[in-house]
Design a protein around this ligand. Structure first.
Ligand code: PFF
Length: 439
C-alpha cells in the first residue's frame, strides 16, 4: 500500500495531473481552431457529462481497492478477475504518453533557458514569426544535443520526484508547484488585462458562435475533456488509492474539475490576448502557437517580453512536470505491489523504457506521432470505456451508493449512475470510433 495524501495534497496532486500541456497547449489550439466560445461551452458540457462521470468511476475503483490499476480490477471484480485485471494494463498508455510528453517539456526547458539568455541579451527571439519558426525547427532537427539534454533533465527530475514516494515526493512537489503555477498565470493574466487584445480575447473565448461548430468539434471537445482530466490511463485510479479516509471525494472532484477548467481558460485568455494584440494567427497549431507565435510577440516587448516569456515557460514547465509524474506512478505502484519490487528497482526498469522511447521520439518524429496516436486515441478511450462499464454494470449498486451516500443526494447519485451506465460509455465509443475512422 502507498502512504496517503493529505486532503489538500490529494486535490493538488490530482489537479496537478489534470492540469498539464493539455490545458496549456491543446486547449488554446483547439479553441482557436474551432471558433472560440461555442467550443468552450461544448467542452465544459462534455467535461461535466462525460469527464466528471468517468473520473468518479476511476476514483471509486482506486479508493475502494487501494491498489494499482491491475490489482484494483482484480480485487473488485467478482467474476473473470484475470480478464478484468487486463483493463488495468491500460496504464501502459501513461508510460507511452510520458515518453513524448517529457520531450515537449524538454523543449519548454530549452525555451526557459533561451528566454533567460534573451534577458541578458545573449540571444533574442525574433519579432518575425518566420524567423522564430526557423529557430524552433532548427532546434528540433539540427540541435539534437540540446533537445536530448533538456529531455534528460525532465526525465531525471520526474523520476527523482516519484522515487521519493507519494507523500514526500508527489505531494510535496504539487503543493509547491500548483500554487506557484497559479500565481505565475495570475501575473500574466493581470498583464494581459492591460493590453487591448484582452477584450478581443474575451469576446473570442466567451461569445459563442455556434455556426462554427461541426461534428469534428464535438469529437475534439470530448477527446480533450478525457485527456485533460487524465482519464483512462491509470493515474486517477492510482492517486485515488492514496485518498485520505473520510474525504468528501465529490467536492474534491468538483474542485479538481474547476481548477482544470480555470487554468485552461486562463491560458486561453493569456495566449489570445497576445495573439490579438499583435495580430498573429489564432488558427495556429500547438507548437506553433506557443513556441513560434507567442515568442515573436514576447520579442516585441523587449526586456519585459523576456520576463514574461520566462514566467510563461516556467508555468508551462510546472504544469507539465506535475502531469508527467502522475503518469509514472501507476506502473511503479503496480511493480511494487505485484512483484514486491523496491520503488528504486521499479523506477529503474520503467526509466529504461521511458528513456528509450523518449530518445526514439526525438530521433524519429513519426514515433512521436505514433505514440501520441496509440495512447490518446486507442488506449485511453479503452481505459475510460471499461472503467465506466465496470463500475456501471459489474459493481453492485448498493456498494456504490454506500460510498457515495455520505456526500451525494440520492437523486444526484441516480443521475450520475445513469450517466455512468449509458451516456459516458456511448460518448467514449463514439469518439473512439470516429477517431479511428479518421485515422
Ligand atoms: N491531463 C494531462 C494534460 O492535460 O496534459 C495529460 C495526462 C496526464 C494524460 C496523466 C494522462 C495521464 F495519465
Amino acid at each position: 500500500m502507498n502512504t496517503t495524501f493529505s486532503k489538500i495534497g490529494f486535490i493538488l496532486a490530482v489537479a496537478g495531473s489534470a492540469v498539464g500541456l493539455g490545458n496549456a497547449w491543446k486547449f488554446p489550439t483547439m479553441v482557436g481552431q474551432n471558433g472560440g466560445g461555442a467550443f468552450i461551452m461544448l467542452f465544459i458540457a462534455l467535461t461535466l457529462a462525460v469527464g466528471f462521470v468517468i473520473f468518479l468511476c476511476e476514483l471509486y475503483i482506486g479508493k475502494k481497492s487501494q491498489l494499482d490499476p491491475v490489482g484494483a480490477y482484480y480485487k473488485l471484480a467478482s467474476k473473470n478477475k484475470k480478464l478484468w485485471s487486463l483493463v488495468g494494463f491500460t496504464m501502459i498508455g501513461a508510460l507511452l504518453i510520458v515518453s513524448f510528453y517529457s520531450v515537449i517539456i524538454g523543449w519548454i526547458v530549452y525555451y526557459i533557458y533561451f528566454s533567460i539568455k534573451t534577458l541578458f541579451s545573449f540571444a533574442s527571439f525574433n519579432t518575425d514569426i518566420k524567423q522564430n519558426e526557423l529557430i524552433f525547427n532548427n532546434l528540433l532537427s539540427n540541435d539534437l544535443t540540446s533537445v536530448i539534454i533538456c529531455f534528460s533533465i525532465v526525465f531525471f527530475m520526474s523520476f527523482y520526484i516519484v522515487s521519493k514516494g507519494v507523500k514526500n515526493g508527489i505531494e510535496k512537489m504539487n503543493v509547491f508547484m500548483m500554487p506557484a503555477l497559479f500565481i505565475l498565470l495570475l501575473l500574466m493574466l493581470i498583464y494581459s488585462m492591460n493590453i487591448d487584445g484582452f477584450f478581443k480575447a474575451c469576446e473570442f473565448l466567451f461569445y459563442p458562435d455556434f455556426s462554427k461548430l461541426n461534428e469534428n468539434s464535438i469529437l475534439n471537445a470530448l477527446g480533450l475533456a478525457c485527456f485533460s482530466l487524465s482519464i483512462g490511463a491509470g493515474s486517477i485510479i492510482t492517486y485515488s488509492a492514496s485518498l485520505p479516509k473520510k474525504t468528501n471525494f465529490i467536492s474534491s472532484t468538483l474542485y479538481i474539475v474547476f481548477i482544470n477548467l480555470l487554468v485552461g481558460l486562463m491560458m486561453g485568455l493569456i495566449v489570445f490576448s497576445f495573439i490579438f494584440e499583435f495580430g498573429a494567427n489564432s488558427n495556429e497549431q500547438g507548437a506553433g502557437l506557443i513556441f513560434i507565435s507567442l515568442t515573436s510577440l514576447f520579442a516585441k516587448l523587449g526586456i519585459l517580453g523576456s520576463i514574461l516569456a520566462i514566467l510563461f515557460f516556467i508555468a508551462l514547465f510546472f504544469a507539465g512536470i506535475t502531469s508527467a509524474v502522475s503518469m509514472i506512478e501507476p506502473f511503479c505502484f503496480f511493480l511494487i505491489n505485484r512483484f514486491s519490487f523496491s520503488r528504486k528497482k521499479a523506477l529503474i526498469l520503467i526509466g529504461f523504457i521511458v528513456y528509450f522511447l523518449g530518445i526514439c521520439c526525438i530521433l524519429q518524429g513519426r514515433i512521436f506521432d505514433i505514440l501520441d496516436y496509440i495512447s490518446s486515441n486507442i488506449i485511453m478511450p479503452l481505459g475510460a470505456f471499461f472503467a465506466t462499464i465496470f463500475v456501471g454494470y459489474f459493481i453492485k449498486k448498493e456498494d456504490l451508493y454506500a460510498e457515495f451516500s455520505p456526500y451525494l443526494k440520492k437523486s444526484l447519485f441516480e443521475l450520475w449512475y445513469f450517466f455512468a451506465r449509458v451516456i459516458a460509455p456511448l460518448a467514449v465509443i463514439i469518439i473512439a470510433f470516429f477517431n479511428f475512422y479518421k485515422g
